[in-house]
Design a protein around this ligand. Structure first.
Ligand code: SAH
Length: 264
């Protein structure tokens, strides 16, 4: 019987290539075929050997990503040709990465697979800003939530359950829905002054941090126009200063200097 290749789902982490696991780095550097997404950093793609075949499923004509069903079939096809495939995904493959849709199809087709975890965006953003996801007295739990919803749907989440002042809420894919997220959380009891931290391109050289609060995040996002990918941390921990510059602090300093008539 012809040899069937193995498909390995590999987490590429949030951006900084040094946040790859040793296993991920080894697999990328020895790959035969790499099928990768839009969110994988260019420095990581540069580690793929020249001899490897690369398939970018994050983009195709007219900037639309390849549909998930087609990605699944690409993986199966390569494996049935006897080739080992590295399926490289941003962050962790099993956190909002549709990883299980791929492994389910592989299992159905009789293709062996492995999964290598990656550092998810929440952890990357937490570490790079110096803001913890949990902290004694401030947050006893943390929740990873998707803010994505189809254009004709409202974000249908357990808002009453989420509006817990002792939980850190981390919203992935929430850039388009942050207004609704903030409104819902306030309607279910979280105060308008609850801190919100938005981090764009966490752990990469383009990282940007915006400090705000629930009743101002929409206006602040509109004003500062953070570029995707953006992750939101909501809760008391998000009010800790951490270590990075912030638009708000910069803006406050600028206003203060203007008031004092200093133009430095
Ligand atoms: N599997 C990925 C998440 C994929 S969903 C993971 O584990 O991180 C895509 C969303 O992840 C983006 O909309 C954004 O909210 C978040 N994201 C991914 N990388 C990010 C980064 N470097 N900085 C900020 N947010 C990021």
């Amino acid at each position: 019987m012809a040899r069937v290749g193995t498909v390995t789902l590999v987490g590429a982490g949030p951006g900084d290539p040094e946040l790859l696991t040793l296993k991920a780095a080894r697999l990328i550097e020895t790959a035969q075929v790499v099928v990768y997404d839009r969110l994988v950093a260019p420095e990581i793609l540069a580690m793929i050997p020249d001899s490897a075949e690369r398939v970018n499923v994050g983009k195709r004509t007219h900037h639309h990503p390849v549909p998930q069903d087609e990605i699944n079939e690409i993986l199966v096809r390569f494996a049935l040709e006897g080739r080992d495939v590295i399926r490289l995904k941003g962050g962790d493959p099993f956190i909002f990465g549709r990883g299980c849709e791929e492994t389910a199809r592989l299992a159905e087709a009789g293709v062996p697979f492995d999964v290598v975890p990656g550092i998810t965006a929440a952890q990357g953003a937490s570490a790079s800003t110096g803001v913890p996801l949990t902290h004694r007295g401030l947050a006893r739990s943390v929740r990873y939530i998707t803010g994505h919803c189809k254009a004709d749907e409202m974000l249908d989440l357990d808002w009453a359950g989420l509006a817990d002042p002792e939980t850190t809420l981390v919203f992935y894919m929430g850039k388009a829905t942050i207004r609704l997220i903030a409104q819902k959380l306030m309607a279910h009891g979280l105060p308008g002054h609850t801190p919100v931290m938005a981090v764009a391109s966490a752990t990469s050289a383009q990282e940007r941090r915006l400090d705000s609060q629930l009743d101002q995040i929409e206006a602040d996002m509109a004003e500062h126009g953070l570029e995707s990918p953006v992750i939101f941390l909501i809760g008391k921990v998000a009010g800790l200063a951490g270590r990075r510059d912030s638009f708000r602090l910069i803006a406050q300093a600028r206003d203060l200097r203007a008031k004092e008539g200093c133009h430095a």
